[in-house]
Design a binder for this molecule. Structure first.
Ligand SMILES: Cc1cc2nc3c(=O)[nH]c(=O)nc-3n(C[C@H](O)[C@H](O)[C@H](O)COP(=O)(O)OP(=O)(O)OC[C@H]3O[C@@H](n4cnc5c(N)ncnc54)[C@H](O)[C@@H]3O)c2cc1C
Ligand code: FES
Length: 336
């Protein structure tokens, strides 16, 4: 009662934001540039942090221009780091709100919100005898987490980036090669062109025998899934996507955000999450690709289309939709 309307925990948050029992938070303690447009962010998680498995990602909530935005980032630190801190490594993408903020503007001391680590892009309990990492661009991040955590008996990596100076963790990778802990094929797409997946026969002749983890742009992952399926070894390929595979679009419509009372026109390809944010509506989100359910919102009227499957969902009492992978299918209203 003494502290009403502010709760005692709000005062505690001011003096001890990382304490046990507080909403899980982290403090950015350093930002190290990796390339011109990528940086590693060192985070001290609060007391409730339960650790991670190499290859997993964490959802973080960052305030950008006064708006809390949630994004997912793979953990790049080893799981047994002695100082208890964790790292994520972020590549700034053109017009990217959070990635540019973290790479170019985030300052040590900044508090962020954290979720527990999650994700199934991880190694099995028994270390595979032969491993292939197939990565491109920022897709190297979860794999670096694995390489820093585990010594493999036989591991090959095929990594693509536009130019040598764009290769994130290049020095670390070359140090592993020098120590004979990794065989690396580094492809520079500005000069070599995009990897043609059939070149794997020449680059890694025994690729089909290897347990493979692949992470990179959709084109690479789609080609890999087809290639592994074609050879009948799809179960040996594990993929991590940073963006949803959008396969079906259709006609859009008028979208009403029933709580805020805003109505905007939307096409049938843009996720309602983006439509809402663009209209200035506060939209909860997390991974932005249909895996974390951080964006679920009641559908009050009309219909939406799942951009991954084309499935239409119509409004009924209690129906929830994932706004990050749903687009308007005609007029619709969602509770935001
Ligand atoms: C499981 C998971 C793990 C991830 N791990 C990492 C990681 O380790 N490092 C990392 O840098 N990113 C990672 N991402 C991507 C990250 O979550 C963000 O999507 C990315 O940083 C862009 O966010 P933004 O706010 O800067 O861009 P936004 O402001 O959301 O988008 C700006 C524009 O870029 C487009 N866009 C959005 N995401 C991408 C993308 N990934 N590539 C190209 N264009 C995009 C949007 O459609 C939009 O047009 C991961 C994503 C997932 C789902
Ligand atoms: S934001 Fe993760 S499922 Fe939509």
């Amino acid at each position: 009662m003494v502290t009403t309307p502010v709760l005692p925990s709000d005062y505690l948050d001011l003096v001890s934001p990382l304490r046990a029992g507080a909403d899980l938070r982290g403090r950015i303690e350093a930002v190290h540039p990796e390339t011109d447009d990528a940086a590693t962010v060192v985070i001290r998680p609060g007391r409730g942090w339960r650790g991670h498995t190499a290859g997993q990602y964490v959802r973080i909530g960052v305030d950008v221009d006064g708006v809390r935005l949630w994004r997912a980032y793979s953990l790049t630190s080893p799981t047994d780091r002695q100082d208890g801190r964790v790292t994520i490594t972020v590549k700034a993408i053109p017009d990217g709100k959070v990635s540019n903020h973290l790479v170019r503007r985030a300052k040590p001391g900044t508090l962020i919100q954290l979720d527990q680590a999650t994700g199934d892009f991880v190694l099995p309990q028994a270390k595979p005898a032969k491993v292939l990492f197939l990565t491109a661009g920022s897709g190297i991040t979860p794999v670096m987490g694995m390489l820093r955590d585990t010594e493999f008996d036989d591991v090959v990596m095929v990594h693509s980036a536009p130019q040598p100076q764009d290769v994130i963790f290049r020095d670390d990778l070359h140090a592993l090669v020098a120590d004979r802990k990794l065989r690396l094929t580094e492809l520079h797409t500005d000069t070599d062109g995009m990897l043609d997946i059939t070149r794997l026969d020449e680059l890694v002749p025994d690729w089909a025998e290897r347990e493979t983890w692949a992470c990179g742009p959709a084109g690479l992952l789609d080609a890999a899934e087809e290639h592994w399926t074609g050879r009948g070894v799809r179960e040996r390929l594990h993929t991590e996507r940073f963006r949803p595979a959008i396969v079906v679009t259709g006609d859009g419509g008028e979208v009403t955000f029933s709580t805020t009372g805003k109505t905007v026109d939307a096409d049938g390809a843009t996720p309602l999450l983006d439509v809402g944010e663009e209209a200035g509506v506060l939209m909860p989100s997390g991974c932005r690709m249909g895996i974390c359910f951080g964006c679920v919102t009641p559908l009050k009227a009309g219909a939406v289309r799942d951009l991954r499957t084309g499935e239409i969902t119509e409004a009924e009492p209690g129906v929830l939709i994932q706004t990050c992978v749903s687009a308007a299918a005609g007029h619709c209203a969602i509770e935001r």
